[in-house]
Write a new protein. Sequence first.
Length: 758
Amino acid sequence: MERWVLLSLSLLAYLYLEVAGAGAQDQRGLAGQGNGRRRGPGGAEHNQPQGVGLGRGKRRKAGGPGKGRAKGNRDNQRSKPPLGLTRLGSLPPNAGGDRGSIFIESYKSVDERQSNYNVIPGKKGQCVYQGITMFEKAVWSPKQCVTCLCSGGEVVCDEIICPHLRCHYSYTPTGECCPVCMDTVPNDPSDHVNPDLEPAMPRSQAEIELLLKREEEEHREEEARLLKKDAEKKRRKKQKKEEAERQRSLQEEHEEERRREEERLQMEKEEAEKRQEEAEVAMKEQERKLEEERRRHEDDLKEKLRELEEEEEEEREQEEEDVEWLLRGDVFQIFPEEPTEEDLLTPPLAEPTDEQEEDGGEEWGGVVRRPGNTLPLGCDISDVIVTCENAQLTNFPPLNIPELKSLSLEGNAITTIPMGAFNGIPNLEWINLSKNKLVTSGIAPRAFKGLKFLSRLFLDNNLLETVPTDLPSTLQELKINENHLKGIEENSFQGLSSLLILELEGNVLNEGNVDHQAFSPLSQLSYLRLGRNHFRTIPQGLPPSLLEVYLENNLIEEISDCVFNQTTNLNVISLRHNRLEESMIAPLAWINHKNLESIDLSYNRLYLVPSYLPRALVHLVLVGNQIERIPGFVFAHMVPGIEYLYLSHNKLDGEGVEPESFLGTYTSMTELCLDHNQLVTVPPGINQMSTLHFLHLNNNKIRTFAEDAICDPENIEDSHIVMLRLENNLIDPRKISPSAFSCVRSYSSVVLKPQRAK
């Protein structure tokens, strides 16, 4: 018996050494380094060093398909431990005691339950494994991390159970089965032992497979959780980035809106000032005309008085001659009664006519004063002008002053003009009925027909829906602004061949309700205002005599080739605040107009300075568009050349102005406005403008100022510039060359301050 035991031990030791040697050569070990637990042969418990977590393995019968696996034994199996890591290798096998069992030193002191396979010391038996006969209790490793035992004639195999690591980084040393923590100092085994883990009995194949399946599910769940966490992190990061981008965009939009609002307010302020100036000019002109009329009327009255005085003087002289003849007389003449001194010196008084006796009036200075014809409260009379403005009148006042020339009833609540309202004032030349409540049905037919001298009629700010009919043919100026005109018929202006000025702004007119022949009777019309209506195209049928046309604040989107064909005498066209684009302006729309000198295309949708501009153009206004570029040679065809160019409040930048952009303006340009753009330098060609007087470059982004930007070094003559505005840019005045403004006659003409902060 002892002989068999010794023989078995010898064979077992030999096989173990062979297997261990082969495993080391093929990088396969009997047991992985770490403090994982497994039960060794003979039922003894073994412990691995700290640094390897607890894992799970599975048993399998010899000869069956291998289904177990060791966690962590993948691609990093051949990697070497980094410098500074502690590696605890396997210990050599020892004799397991009296019974001749083989133990691995790293498995000692492992507290686990007994294995479910039978290891009974002293029991005889043999096992056959792949044609090799194994003695009882023989132990071998058919593959890495798997240990087999011959017990009771049956081969039982067990796979190493790797512990679960509790560290951030791990690796599997060469020749080992289980991963180890990457620590620089050996860990205390007691620190890694989980007291909650209790020794577990070796599990059956089904339990191992179930555990593996659970492990895989847990692994997948962990991966899914990590993926979800990573996705959530990315989503939050993306959301945070989007929120930051949105906030930045909102801030930019707010800044842009604020800037546009400021620009709009500034432009409205400038427009209001301009309108106020125009109104003041118009008022002064009106006052001048009224003063001229008053003086002319005074001269006429003085002339009449002089003629009356001359007639009275002649009559007095005639009477004196008669008296002298009577005093001298003939000696043979006998008077029936001697005349008294009073009879001789006092001329007989004229008998009053029947009309004068009925009216009860008296004549003085050629003007009949009628005691019953008093002016309404709030009215004033000055010479031949009656003013009843804001007098709260609701009806047309009855007046009987034939010499009256001007009548103003502005700012009342008059709703009707009855037939015969002007019978007592037939010589009126100017009537102002603005700001009342006149309606079309309230004006009697032929109410104005009897006014043979009427030349100016103002009906602004009323409630008229059609043009009044039967207006006097002597009318030269007609204003029906800010009413409710819904159309103009073919005969609306019939008989007004003397009309020079027509204003119809602020109504609801469009190309559909204005007849094409409506303006035909106006053979002398020279000034037409149709602003603040609903036109989408230029009205057709404009009279050939027209000199100025104003179409501001409409919806005009297109200018066709033939729209101005009949109006070849046009001098001024204003199309401010419409919807024009440069591509919708026909090339032949106005290029051949020899008299067209002024065009206003402000506040449209232009991105380029329009081409094919009139050759005779002198004044071009393009303020408040989206212009980004001035094409080259766009002004080169003009003769003698453009003089006033306004490009303020656009989007011109450093690349938007070409060297040939201002070609053709060098000897004609007088005022150039490029303020409130995005220029970074002074545009080329400005230093060649020999007639330039006013240059506006303020409120741009100009940083550098070249020495020859304003003064051409090849030109020895002084510049004609009297105003050069460069404020609100990014210029450092200290970096400007001393000779940059040498051609400017007065340095006080240059405005450099303030500059914006960088």
